[in-house]
Ligand binder design. Structure first.
Ligand SMILES: CC1=C(CCC(=O)O)c2cc3nc(cc4[nH]c(cc5[nH]c(cc1n2)c(C)c5CCC(=O)O)c(CCC(=O)O)c4C)C(CCC(=O)O)=C3C
Ligand SMILES: [Fe+2]
Length: 381
């Protein structure tokens, strides 16, 4: 992994995308949220899928994943741990910035976090979404959450919210994956599998193809999969630098009607295909995810590992960043680069695509299915 100076989007587009220093007085950790008991499962799923056209059968199937875990998603406890780890890192560095946590789909909501921050006297907030890549669900929807939360709480014009750049290629996010992949490959080697017996599957959340095409700024020519696919491919390439095992990008957790195209191939189909070509071991890398939440625990640890077993091939799933020290420290660095207005050339990024924008470009990650909603932290419209 190396720092790639001078290969920034600003350099690529000629547009200034790094903001001036700002005296932030609080951090907002913004996440997805998840149910914390059987009674929460259906109300939570209704919140997630409002206006989305997810078929009832799919909702029942997903409810079953949560039910199998007592109706509790691991994601909230993981965010509590991440918040505590960030607080410890900030204290260790002597930085006086409180961290507030709020979710899109379950308590505590972003509105709760904003009311609390404001009651404590804070007005100038820097937000971190627990999502690394560019797409509607992982970037723009957080910016919409902030806009609607400010208007719902009546704090518009009182509290400001900026958002750190998408951190898919920040070394703090990538390093835990490098450790996981190299560790898993060495383990397979010591078990007698050659590099050619082995295949590394980088897995991320599938999204509708129309969302993918609209991900990232329109003018950078990312093609069909948009910035979303391009960023994952670039990070996977960085992770595999120096390794000889073959690898590919696969998708998981598809929902939506079967008639609607989503990104493919599905991880389970790909495992079956690889097994048929003689692959004997797969390393599964949850590249799209920050922590071991339900999409990891169910779709990878339950389903994908089972698929591998059915095809008689060895499989291991490497860890997510979670509360890895490099990741926690990287999140604090992302806040400080904004507070201090660190120039692009001094910002770390392990792919030639980044460092990504402080302020999203007009039209970035638009949702053509759901239509326009006001969003903060972007150039208008
Ligand atoms: C890109 C992306 C990420 C990765 C970025 C990130 O990490 O944020 C992500 C994360 C997550 N997705 C999650 C859960 C769900 N996502 C759903 C539905 C959808 N996800 C989408 C995209 C993404 N989702 C999309 C395009 C849909 C279709 C509906 C729509 O157009 O918005 C549904 C509805 C039922 C279903 O169809 O599965 C559920 C329950 C959880 C919580 C897990 C837990 O509880 O532990 C997390 C972290
Ligand atoms: Fe999702």
């Amino acid at each position: 992994m190396s720092l790639v100076p001078g290969a920034s989007p600003a350099a690529a587009s000629g547009a200034e995308h790094v903001t001036e220093p700002v005296a932030y007085d609080a951090i907002l950790l913004a996440s997805f949220g998840g149910p914390e008991g059987q009674d929460d499962v259906i109300p939570f799923l209704r919140n997630v899928t409002r206006g989305r056209g997810i078929p009832d059968e799919r909702l029942e199937e997903v409810a079953h994943h949560y039910r199998a875990f007592g109706g509790v998603s691991p994601i909230n406890d993981q965010n509590r741990e991440l918040k505590a780890a960030m607080e410890a890192e900030l204290a260790r560095r002597g930085i006086d910035l409180p961290v507030y946590w709020g979710n899109r789909n379950w308590e505590p909501f972003v509105t709760d976090a904003l009311r609390e921050a404001h009651a404590d006297g804070h007005t100038t907030i820097i937000a971190i979404g627990t999502s690394a890549y560019s797409s509607y669900s992982s970037c723009r929807q957080y910016r919409e959450d902030f806009a609607s939360a400010l208007s719902e709480t009546g704090l518009e014009g009182v509290v400001t919210i900026d958002k750190v750049r998408q951190f898919f290629d920040h070394p703090g996010f990538v390093e835990p994956f490098v450790e996981g992949v190299t560790g898993a490959l060495r383990d397979f080697e010591s078990q007698g599998f050659s590099a050619q017996d082995t295949h590394v599957l980088f897995s991320t959340h599938s999204i509708p193809s129309t969302d993918a095409a609209k991900s990232g700024p329109a003018d950078r020519g990312f093609g069909e999969g948009g910035a979303y696919a391009a960023q994952h491919l670039a990070v996977a390439e960085a992770v595999m630098a120096g390794e000889s095992a073959p690898w590919s990008l696969v998708y998981q957790s598809r929902s939506g009607p079967p008639t609607q195209p989503w990104l493919e191939p599905d991880i389970n189909d790909e495992i079956a295909r690889l097994a048929a070509t003689g692959v004997r071991a797969v390393v599964i890398v949850p590249l799209g995810f920050v922590s071991d939440h339900m999409e990891v625990k169910w779709d990878l640890d339950t389903e994908a590992l089972e698929t591998a077993g059915e095809h008689g091939i060895a499989a291991v799933r490497v860890p997510t960043p979670g509360v890895h020290a490099a990741f926690v420290s990287g999140l604090v660095d992302l806040v400080l680069e904004r507070r201090d207005g660190v120039p692009v050339s001094e910002r770390p990024a392990v792919t030639p695509l980044g460092p990504w924008y402080d302020v999203c470009r007009p039209g970035c990650c638009e949702n053509v299915r759901l239509g326009f909603k006001p969003a903060l932290a972007g150039l208008q419209p």
